[in-house]
Design a binder for this molecule. Structure first.
Ligand SMILES: *[C@@H]1O[C@H](CO)[C@@H](O)[C@H](O)[C@H]1NC(C)=O
Ligand SMILES: *[C@@H]1O[C@H](CO)[C@@H](O)[C@H](O)[C@H]1NC(C)=O
Ligand SMILES: *[C@@H]1O[C@H](CO)[C@@H](O)[C@H](O)[C@H]1NC(C)=O
Ligand SMILES: *[C@@H]1O[C@H](CO)[C@@H](O)[C@H](O)[C@H]1NC(C)=O
Ligand SMILES: *[C@@H]1O[C@H](CO)[C@@H](O)[C@H](O)[C@H]1NC(C)=O
Ligand SMILES: *[C@@H]1O[C@H](CO)[C@@H](O)[C@H](O)[C@H]1NC(C)=O
Ligand SMILES: *[C@@H]1O[C@H](CO)[C@@H](O)[C@H](O)[C@H]1NC(C)=O
Ligand SMILES: *[C@@H]1O[C@H](CO)[C@@H](O)[C@H](O)[C@H]1NC(C)=O
Ligand SMILES: *[C@@H]1O[C@H](CO)[C@@H](O)[C@H](O)[C@H]1NC(C)=O
Ligand SMILES: *[C@@H]1O[C@H](CO)[C@@H](O)[C@H](O)[C@H]1NC(C)=O
Length: 442
């Protein structure tokens, strides 16, 4: 009897293991609704014997209706085409819903935060309060000046306990701020928002080709292009953060492999735009890293928690400045471009933009006081990306792979040797550029 029920539960367990499951929302790159991918799956709690005594956070704004570029380039041309299409939708299989579907995005709402975005940002405020019950609430939270970052900051503040004690501070992001803003790429002529589009286009043509043929078979009246496919896949993300769900996420429409193609195309884009394939990336990310390190290394600081809101370009550059999600690590060589081939997927890459820059992505640097078995008592530092502790290169000699104070100081100074000198490397034409981020000083 015992054995028999064991056999039954084993076969149930096997069936559960065998079922393939896939969530497209976790493969949408910069349009992924906020999630915590546990990449790597280290425990987010402070290690045994450690208390967090101070922290800095860099946060991308929460979910928006659509960004201008995605809308104009991919989504609007597709929705315009739909209006005129003569297709018998009843025969179009998983595309049938398009017969009655209406776009959730209008020109007026473009770039605005969605209600789900507001909610996620509020929840991050709650989470940060719960994570650090014994730290002082922040007096200030910093944000770049766009409406979507300011509203994200406001919702975050509303979610903090005793939120009436926290002020929102807007940081100007003009093109002449040098490294002294939350949008330093705007002041760096060596950065261009178009980097990566040639490379990602190559992969786009490849992964969309069979999808186009499949859709033409379902709806011969609609002349699908590669950009239409991208627009439809983007709508899965945007419609989900606007309406709560989307037919475009249906796995009968786009298979798991189709989503992996979309994700890889985006990963190439960000890798060449603001990642390891662009030599200016680390230069753009270093000022925030250095300012964070300064705030954390001081004996005393005005605040216990420093939170700043920015746009999608900055977090990946900070990731590079910190040496995280580096495909070349442990490869015995440093040839970043070879790790992201343009015509075939590197499935084993660690550079995954869905993990690095979903909406509301957040990078935290924590200072901890530790008295932990097997380690000297003292201060240790660690970085968390969307709540997952990260292992800094050559800076993981502490409890829970955190980094001792002296190793952290060495680490930041080595990163500075490689990625400091913003002005010299960006070569702006304005003459009052700076290499450091001073917004937290006042
Ligand atoms: C839709 O069809 C009309 C009439 O043929 C045409 O004038 C218009 O440009 C078409 N719109 C799009 C988006 O193709
Ligand atoms: C915030 O609200 C609490 C409780 O209502 C109140 O005691 C405190 O004085 C307020 N603080 C500020 C800075 O307004
Ligand atoms: C440089 O000058 C411009 C124009 O006066 C000003 O807007 C900007 O804030 C200055 N940049 C820095 C880093 O002080
Ligand atoms: C993309 O390719 C075109 C054509 O080869 C070239 O003119 C352009 O400079 C490239 N753009 C970037 C950002 O590399
Ligand atoms: C289909 O789209 C392609 C690429 O945009 C275009 O060259 C072609 O003329 C279109 N064909 C029809 C029938 O609209
Ligand atoms: C990687 O490719 C980019 C864009 O083509 C190029 O600017 C960069 O120098 C390449 N990196 C290396 C290390 O070859
Ligand atoms: C990435 O890893 C390689 C191999 O360890 C290393 O040489 C390179 O400096 C790293 N890149 C960055 C920007 O940290
Ligand atoms: C951490 O906090 C607990 C509770 O306040 C305290 O008992 C402990 O001594 C602290 N440990 C360190 C290393 O600061
Ligand atoms: C690793 O860190 C140690 C201690 O901080 C330092 O002495 C050493 O130069 C570092 N090695 C590399 C390759 O950066
Ligand atoms: C890092 O920040 C400190 C404090 O602002 C500054 O003195 C130092 O020059 C910065 N390092 C680099 C490499 O920019």
């Amino acid at each position: 009897m015992m054995l028999r029920s064991l056999a039954v539960s084993l076969s149930v367990a096997n069936a559960a293991v065998a079922a393939f499951s896939f969530n497209p929302l976790e493969h949408l790159a910069g349009i992924a609704p906020y999630f915590e991918p546990e990449d790597p799956p280290l425990d987010p709690k402070p290690p045994q014997g450690c208390n967090v005594s101070r922290a800095t956070y860099l946060v991308r704004h929460a979910a928006i209706y659509a960004n201008d570029f995605d809308y104009e380039e991919y989504i609007e041309p597709f929705t315009d085409k739909l209006e005129n299409a003569s297709v018998d939708w009843s025969k179009a299989g998983p595309l049938s819903f398009l017969g009655t579907w209406k776009t959730p995005i209008s020109d007026e709402e473009l770039e605005d935060l969605t209600k789900i975005g507001e909610l996620e940002s509020y929840k991050l405020g709650v989470d940060v309060s719960l994570r650090y019950p014994s730290l002082k609430r922040p007096n200030k939270v910093w944000t770049s000046t766009a409406e979507r970052t300011e509203l994200s900051a406001s919702s975050f503040i509303d979610g903090l306990s005793r939120s009436n004690e926290t002020k929102r501070v807007s940081v100007p992001g003009s093109e002449a701020e040098g490294a002294d803003s939350l949008t330093p790429y705007k002041g760096c002529p060596k950065y261009s928002s178009s980097y990566g589009s040639n490379q990602s286009s190559e992969y786009k043509e490849k992964y969309t080709k069979p999808i186009i043929e499949r859709f033409k078979d379902l709806a011969p009246g609609l002349n699908f292009t590669a950009d239409d496919i991208v627009g439809m896949q983007e709508l899965c993300g945007y419609e989900t953060v606007i309406r709560g769900s989307s037919h475009f996420c249906n796995l009968e429409l786009f298979t798991a492999n189709d989503w992996l193609g979309f994700e890889y195309m985006n990963d190439i884009q960000y890798f060449y735009n603001a990642g390891y394939a662009n030599p200016i990336s680390g230069v753009l990310g270093f000022p925030w890293v250095n300012a964070s390190a300064s705030l954390l290394l001081e004996d005393k600081a005005d605040q216990d928690i420093y939170v700043s809101f920015t746009h999608r370009e900055l977090p990946p550059t900070v990731i590079v400045a910190l040496g995280l999600f580096n495909n070349s690590m442990y490869s015995g060589t440093n040839n970043p471009n070879a790790t992201m081939p343009l015509t075939t997927q590197n499935h084993n890459r660690v550079w995954k933009s869905s993990a690095i820059l979903p909406f509301l992505t957040n990078i935290a640097v924590e200072k901890m006081s530790c008295d932990s078995y097997g380690y000297d008592a003292g201060h240790y530092f660690r970085v968390l990306v969307n709540q997952s502790p990260q292992q800094l290169p050559n800076c993981s000699d502490g409890p829970g792979e955190s980094c001792s104070k002296s190793a952290f100081q060495d680490f930041v100074s080595r990163r500075g040797d490689e990625f400091g000198s913003f002005t010299e490397k960006c070569q702006p034409e304005y003459t009052n550029s700076t290499d450091i981020l001073t917004i937290y000083d006042a």
